[in-house]
Design a binder for this molecule. Structure first.
Ligand code: DGJ
Length: 730
């Protein structure tokens, strides 16, 4: 609910459990007065403190009032060069060369439903599911107008934000920074949580106290990256899964980003999140506008678990757009780790046949089916079937697979080109490069200049021929390098600071075209390649291959970190062969199944090499996944332990919204000879319900399971695992 006090220029956004408030003050500076647990309507600016402080300038109109300074005021969207020395949200270069921005409140409007962003991803809603407040600010000297957008999704405690800037002057201005989110806190005794690491070990949680000065994570790789995720949390020092305050900030963007927190001299803190200012400079000629990517905040007073579940619900219902919409998505088999580039039609058909017999429903043909693609160094850009490998083309292969009762999916890497390709030989200038400089290669390939429409159009023409040539149900959109040598022949030198962002807009453009033209195709993004596990990609690709590391034990960490923001249905997760291809670890098949099942489930191995016993186990896993699909994908997710804190076991749980069902999954670490007799406290149950476990007696009350716990079974063997299924009786 959005509550307005027009006389006092107070704007209050209420969600079910939280309140967010802004107020335009006596100088029309828009201040952030509160974000936290729900408070009934009142003027929370009473909480703001001000007083004279040395070296904090006073705005000219404050006259002799030295108690007022932008340098201590919690600006809702921080300006630059006019008195606030902390992190700016906006940085303008005016025609006269000055870097100043001074935005003052001018008005507001209310809209039903969620605002939409042209060409950018965002949460969506019907007219009744969200409300929008737009606050207008103006810099009179610069003749720049800024619109701050806020949409409130009440039931999810979710507030989405973005900013639109319009040049209303006659002269050109340059936008050097335009954050999506600026959030001031009247305290700095908080921890910052970020999700980091590298390819093959993404989104590992790091938590540490705020320190004086600026702390930041970000990416200048042209992709949101494996190294840092565009999702961060600020929380109390004692916050845990179930108690304490935390505030999540998610940027729906797949390119360069920065999330920075500054603790100021008076121990306030400010979070600014948006496009990374590195090599970002957007020219706005008279009348032109720029819209920043969307950010989405969730505040929880009850720990991380509640915050995550609210993100999960909102993402599932209002961000993902997928052809299955409530129906179960197919279990898939992907041939990559089974064959790499070495396959032909018969080999693929063999894998599909084995898979089909085990209940697997979608066969995905990965890299290597096109052009001269027999290794990393050639073929990208030539999206024509390699008829030596697949003599009858897709026209023959796809019906062959479909006759086995399976759907067919295909892999592509549309943004990339190898120098050894027809495309590159015909259009060497289409690859990103700086004139006079030989571009760096990544995995032996170059990136196409996706900021250019002509380049995208040409690639899309090729894609359409492939996607229309057969009944294709799934597309994996891969991307296997970071961007370097970022320069575009389509823009003059003073506009080269737009290329990174235009590249991302180009990717979104092509993905949107796919959505429009092939709404029945499930598109999977790739964070093995691409590193883009972010809210931006999820709008177009409702699941993302979570990591190229398929080892079940490493995946516990990766999927744990990912779950803080993103729901399990978005995490592509496959059972692969052992010893694991990436780290050589041997884990039981059951453990691999349990881990991958809390994800968009599939297999990635040569099933022909499995023993009869293993095939039986795979058939059982597939059945179990199908049986519990709604619980796994739509259930409320609870982290029961952290693989970063407790290496002896990792446990998590999904609970149905009516609390009548729950599935608990536990994976052990290294086992010792005399394991402890412990219990696992289960969460999210109804204390008054009686639960049957795996269909057997005795019954346990929800209260017992939550307060006293369930005894750990005594299992032998490193990395063993178990699942228990709880159903309320009566
Ligand atoms: C990276 C992906 O993450 C893998 O799953 C696979 O598709 C390879 N690329 C293929 O080149």
């Amino acid at each position: 609910m959005i509550v307005l006090d027009q006389e006092n220029k107070i704007f209050t956004l209420h969600t079910r459990n939280t309140t967010y408030q802004m107020k335009a003050d006596q100088y029309n500076v828009l201040l952030h007065t509160y974000y936290g647990a729900k408070i009934d309507n009142c003027d929370l600016s009473v909480l703001l403190q001000c007083g004279e402080r040395s070296f904090t300038p006073n705005p000219n109109e404050a006259g002799s009032n030295r108690n007022y300074s932008l340098d201590v005021a919690p600006q809702e969207y921080s300006t630059c060069g006019v008195g606030d020395f902390r992190l700016p949200a906006i940085e303008l270069e005016l025609a006269n060369g000055s870097h100043t921005a001074d935005m003052r409140y001018e008005g507001f409007r209310l809209e039903k439903g969620k605002y939409a962003l042209e060409g950018l991803p965002g949460f969506y809603s019907t007219k009744d599911e969200a409300e929008t407040l737009v606050i207008m600010l103006r810099d009179a000297a610069a003749q720049v107008v800024m619109e701050l957008y806020y949409s409130v999704f009440e039931a999810y405690d979710l507030i989405t934000r973005t900013v639109r800037i319009v040049n209303q002057g006659t002269e050109e201005i340059r936008l050097c920074r335009c954050a999506s989110l600026c959030l001031d806190f009247p305290r700095s005794d908080m921890d910052l949580i970020t999700f980091n690491a590298h390819h093959l070990m993404e989104r590992c949680l790091d938590r540490g106290p705020l320190r004086p000065g600026i702390q930041s994570v970000g990416s200048v790789r042209g992709i949101s990256s494996h190294q840092h995720n565009p999702f961060v949390i600020l929380c109390g020092r004692d916050t845990d899964e179930d108690t304490g305050m935390c505030c999540g900030a998610m940027l729906l963007y797949s390119g360069n980003f920065e999330a920075a927190v500054e603790c100021s001299q008076y121990e306030n803190s400010r979070l600014v999140m948006g496009i990374h200012p590195f090599h970002f400079c957007w020219t706005l000629t008279s009348g032109q506008a720029f819209t920043a990517p969307e950010a989405a905040m969730v505040y929880s007073s009850n720990g991380f678990g509640q915050m995550s579940r609210q993100y999960h619900r909102a993402i599932r219902k209002h961000l993902l757009r997928e052809p299955y919409d409530g129906r179960r998505k197919p279990v898939l088999i992907n041939n990559w780790e089974a064959t790499y580039f070495d396959f032909n039609a018969d080999r693929l058909a063999d894998i599909a046949r084995e898979a089909s017999a085990l209940g697997i429903e979608l066969f995905v043909m990965d890299d290597g089916w096109f052009g001269s693609r027999n290794n990393d160094d050639s073929g990208l850009g030539d999206w024509q079937v390699n008829l030596e490998k697949l003599p009858g083309g897709l026209e023959e292969l796809v019906p062959r697979i479909k006759n086995m009762g399976m759907k067919f999916g295909i892999w592509m890497e549309p943004e990339m080109v190898n120098e050894d390709s027809h495309l590159y030989r015909a259009h060497p200038d289409w690859a990103l490069h700086v004139p006079g400089r030989a571009p760096a290669r990544g995995r032996g390939q170059l990136a196409l200049d996706f900021s250019r429409k002509d380049v995208r159009d040409s690639i899309y023409e090729q894609m359409k021929v492939v996607l229309s040539s057969a009944d294709i149900a799934y597309l994996k959109w891969d991307m296997n390098r970071s961007l370097t040598d970022v320069w575009s022949a389509s823009l003059p030198s003073r506009r080269q600071g737009e290329v990174y962002h235009r590249y991302v807009l180009g990717v979104y453009d092509l993905l949107e075209r796919l959505h429009r033209d092939y709404p029945h195709i499930l598109i999977e993004g790739c964070c093995g390649g691409g590193g883009r596990f972010d809210g931006g990609m999820l709008y177009y690709t409702p699941q993302v291959w979570c990591s190229d590391d398929t080892d079940a034990i490493d995946r516990l960490c990766i999927q744990y970190g990912t779950s803080f923001c993103y729901p399990v249905c978005t995490m592509g997760a496959h059972v692969s062969a052992v010893p694991n291809e990436q780290n050589g670890r041997v884990t039981p098949l059951k453990t691999r199944g349990i881990t991958a099942m809390s994800g968009a489930f599939g297999y990635e191995m040569d099933l022909g090499k499995c023993t009869a016993e293993e095939k039986k186990e795979i058939r059982r896993q597939v059945e179990s996944y199908k049986t519990h699909y709604n619980l796994l994908h739509e259930g409320d997710y609870y982290r029961l332990s952290s693989p970063f804190q407790d290496r002896s076991f990792t446990a998590w749980e999904q609970v149905s919204p009516d609390q009548r069902e729950a599935l608990v999954s536990v994976v052990y670490g290294c086992i010792n000879a005399a394991p402890l007799f412990g219990t696992l406290r289960i969460k999210g149950l109804n204390p008054d319900f009686q639960y049957q476990i795996d269909g057997a007696e005795p019954l346990y009350s929800g209260e017992t399971l939550m307060k006293a716990g369930y005894p750990f079974p005594q299992i032998q063997g490193d990395y063993s695992a178990f699942q228990i299924y709880l159903r309320a009786v009566g």
